[in-house]
Design a protein around this ligand. Structure first.
Ligand code: COA
Length: 373
């Protein structure tokens, strides 16, 4: 098959960071308010009292210390607890497209490419800010790219599924080069009033240029040796938000229209699946685990990543073998493994092998084995 490379990556980091302490202070103020307002009903056993959150728990259970968001004040307002971002007019660039354009510019520059070199734009993310027109088509217009674009959603695995889709388009000659974008505004689907998950997510956008190896000009090339995707239906991570919500008023505003999960089950079920997929994809590429220098794993939970690395290596990973970015970014859904890849790739020598692996709702798992050129 025609060799294909990742020739450039880009990252847009939102302007605001929220520490665990800031988030917990807002959450606990909300809890106090709720418990005070419902004191009589709580005393009568009609309403359950809410319990406070703690920074210590968050860091220990997840490894997360802070997260970036597109707007901070609304999230930290105990009477609101969601971002306050004004709607834009139809003639303005939408917020998600704006993030894409910023990340895309860096990816194109690192790839040594301009808009005219790209034939296809894929916006692959957990949430699109509108139903249509596709975000990808707006981004295409904003960057001045000819050809075509479309959106895809495989939750946290959207980027790796996007990479394989892009690779196939290059191999079949449908596109000379593809721009894959992962604009994750996860603060939009996060229930900041849910103690079990209010700390999990952060916002970010990543960009990836994928093109034929024989014509690539970049100094930052990684050949894609193999990729493997897997999905297996599970309700353990689910969000029922959708265009049919208005058909049933009884469901309006309910917590199931935001992210929710059975965290323990996800942890237990996904870690072995991801480790198994990584091993299979590495072997399919003609390699063995000891020949892999770096794992750019999905950044949801530090303990998950430590377990996956230990399962593969038979020992704890060195920090540079499985770089961590979730401490400052939290879970940025599909962008997470690509942020790790973007930030921790330039030190690798030519010939070094690595694995990008994402996992999440679906369940969905995507593995991409790459070699530095
Ligand atoms: C979400 C996750 C961090 C929770 O960690 P956990 O150790 O499983 O925590 P649990 O929900 O079992 O709760 C453990 C205890 O902490 C308490 N707790 C939960 N949230 C808390 C909070 N915010 N602050 C303080 N305590 C909290 C619980 O009440 C429970 O107390 P108990 O033992 O007295 O009953 C973890 O399950 C996880 O990361 N799972 C992976 C899933 C994931 O990240 N998915 C994203 C998509 S891939």
């Amino acid at each position: 098959m025609k060799p294909v490379v990742i020739s450039g990556t880009g990252l847009f980091t939102p302007p605001y960071s929220i520490s665990n302490d800031e988030l917990v202070t807002a959450f606990n103020a909300y809890v106090e308010l709720h418990n005070r307002e419902n004191a009589a009903a709580i005393a009568a056993g009609e309403v359950t009292a809410l319990e406070p959150s703690s920074s210590g728990f968050i860091e220990k259970a997840s490894g997360i210390k802070s997260r970036y968001v597109m707007e901070k004040e609304g999230i930290l307002d105990p009477s609101r607890m969601t971002s306050r971002i004004a709607e834009r007019g139809d003639d303005e660039l939408s917020l998600q497209a704006e993030m894409c354009v910023a990340a895309a510019r860096e990816a194109l520059e690192r790839a040594g490419r301009v808009a005219a070199d790209i034939d296809m734009v894929l916006v692959a993310a957990s949430n699109m800010q509108r139903a249509y027109p596709a975000m990808a088509v707006e981004v295409q217009e904003a960057l001045g790219i000819e050809g075509f674009g479309f959106d895809m959603n495989v939750a946290c695995s959207s980027a790796t599924f996007g990479i394989q889709t892009a690779m196939a388009a290059v191999q079949t000659g449908q596109a000379r080069a593809v721009l894959v974008l992962n604009p994750e505004i996860t603060s939009g689907h996060l229930n900041f009033r849910d103690r079990d998950s209010h700390f999990i997510f952060g916002d970010a956008c990543t960009a990836i240029v994928i093109e034929a190896a024989d014509t690539a000009v970049s100094e930052h090339q990684f050949e894609i040796l193999d990729s493997k995707l897997k999905t297996k239906f599970s309700n353990n991570i689910r969000n029922n938000f959708g265009f049919m919500n208005r058909f049933d008023e009884a469901g309006a505003g309910k917590a199931d229209k935001l992210f929710r999960q059975q965290g323990r089950k996800v942890f237990k079920e996904v870690c072995p699946m991801a480790a198994e997929m990584i091993r299979a994809t590495v072997e399919n590429a003609g390699l063995q685990i000891p020949q892999v220098s770096r794992y750019w794993l999905h950044q949801a939970n530090l303990n998950m990543n430590l377990l996956i690395a230990r399962t593969l290596l038979g020992r704890d990973a060195e920090p540079n073998e499985a770089p961590v970015i979730l401490d400052t970014y939290a879970n940025t859904s599909s962008a997470g493994s690509i942020i790790a890849f973007h930030k921790y790739q330039d030190d690798l020598p030519a010939g070094a092998n690595g694995v990008i692996c994402s996992f999440g709702a679906g369940y969905s798992i995507g593995c991409v084995v790459v070699r530095k050129k």
